[in-house]
Design a protein around this ligand. Structure first.
Ligand SMILES: Cc1ncc(COP(=O)(O)O)c(C=O)c1O
Length: 386
């Protein structure tokens, strides 16, 4: 094997695991053995796709049509519906031709990173943040540059923090964020967009948790710049993780490159899921009901954690997570989460997934799941002794 092939192989093999998935596998295995297990590590709704989406799919299957490939950018009706969503929900005009339907936000990241960056480019990723940005960049030979945020800036990136990171080719932001739930307000978004436009930084905004907020809607970057890439998905608000469906809103300079990459890498997003996604836009009553449930769960979890002495938490304005500093209990949350699972059956995600530097002091709890799991987990945590 020549040196460059060896290097590529080593690069792929050195991509870190997504610890939340490993914790989920351990929790599922424990529950499978019949042991009581509280699933607070999950990053997905416990509900399924909304009824209207399932009905649309059933009708399509009954009609016995072939469900072959769609156009590479996706069903035109779905692009039109997404553009209408931007008009109705944000007052933003989005050209349906700038929308590309993808196999989940995850596919959108690959397409965005491949089209916008070259190996060796430096791309800012917020820490704590969703680990797969960093890991996907690493897999592509692009250098993730951590931008550490904390309570002093309400867990939001600022121009000063970007300056401190040195010259960047790109920046990935998420609002609401996973794991902190931070929602970037309009002025923060304006400042980040202005920074990126002035410094020639390609901004990629992950808006997957839009629709799941507790103090007013999250503003979008979609109409704040004509250079930004927006990525969204049917996984969270729409409650359709396994359908693997998302979308990108692309600036003119990347549209053709991303379209070609999609043709070659994925052909198109799953046709059946696109039919479901189109119908899901008309299911807001059901979907808003889930958000109301998360709001109740959120309060229960925050109060319950306080009862267990865990009070140092991020603001959790959106998404469905509480990111908690548990340094009074440990400086090794990988071990702590393992012990919680083995000793009291509480599954949570160690912060190392989200922050390589400070994550060993933090844990992420999800409140997307069942309310009885949340209440019982808090009772168990309150009685647990380190
Ligand atoms: C911030 C963030 N972006 C993207 C994803 C993955 O999205 P998808 O299921 O659309 O690939 C997740 C999943 O947890 C996430 O938390």
């Amino acid at each position: 094997m020549n040196d460059s092939r060896l290097a590529a192989g080593l690069r792929a093999a050195s991509v870190p695991p997504f610890h939340a998935m490993a914790m989920s596998a351990r929790a599922t295995e424990r529950a499978h053995r019949g042991l009581p297990t509280m699933f607070l590590q999950v990053g997905q709704p416990s509900s399924g796709a909304p009824l209207g989406a399932r009905r649309a799919v059933m009708a399509e299957l009954e009609a016995d049509r072939p469900l072959g490939y769609t156009n590479s950018p996706g069903l035109p009706a779905l692009a039109d519906r997404i553009a209408r969503h931007y008009r109705e929900s944000y007052g933003a005009t989005v050209d349906p031709r700038s929308i590309l339907v993808v196999a989940g936000a995850s596919a959108g990241f690959t397409l965005a990173f491949l089209s916008a960056f070259d190996p060796g480019d430096r791309v800012g990723v917020i820490e704590p943040g969703y680990p797969c940005y960093r890991n996907a960049l690493l897999a592509l030979g692009i250098t993730p540059v951590p931008i550490p945020v904390g309570p002093d800036t309400h867990w939001a990136p600022t121009s000063a923090l970007l300056d401190a990171a040195g010259p960047l080719d790109g920046l990935v932001i998420a609002s609401p964020s996973n794991p902190t739930g931070t929602v970037l307000d309009a002025s923060s978004l304006d400042a980040l967009v202005a920074y990126c436009d002035t410094h020639g930084v390609q901004l990629i905004a992950d808006e997957i948790y839009h629709g799941i907020t507790y103090h007013g809607a999250a503003p979008s970057v979609v109409d704040r710049s004509d250079r930004v890439v927006v990525i969204n998905s049917f996984s969270k608000y729409f409650s359709m993780t396994g359908w693997r469906l998302g979308w990108m809103v692309l600036p003119d300079h990347l549209r053709e490159a991303v379209d070609r990459l999609q043709q070659n890498l994925y052909i198109c997003a799953p046709h059946v899921s696109q039919i479901a996604g189109l119908a899901a836009f008309d299911c807001t009553d059901e979907l808003d009901g889930h958000v109301r449930r998360y709001a109740v769960n959120r309060d229960l979890l925050i109060d319950g954690l306080a009862g267990a002495g865990i009070t140092n938490i991020a603001r959790a304005d959106g998404a469905f997570y509480v990111y908690a500093d548990v340094s009074h209990l440990t400086d090794d949350t990988m071990a702590l989460c393992g012990r919680w699972l083995d000793e009291i059956g509480v599954a949570a995600t160690p912060g190392l997934d989200f922050d390589l530097t400070r994550g060993h002091r933090y844990v992420r709890f999800s409140y997307a799941g069942a309310v009885d799991h949340i209440t019982r987990a808090c009772e168990l945590l309150a009685t647990w002794k380190p």
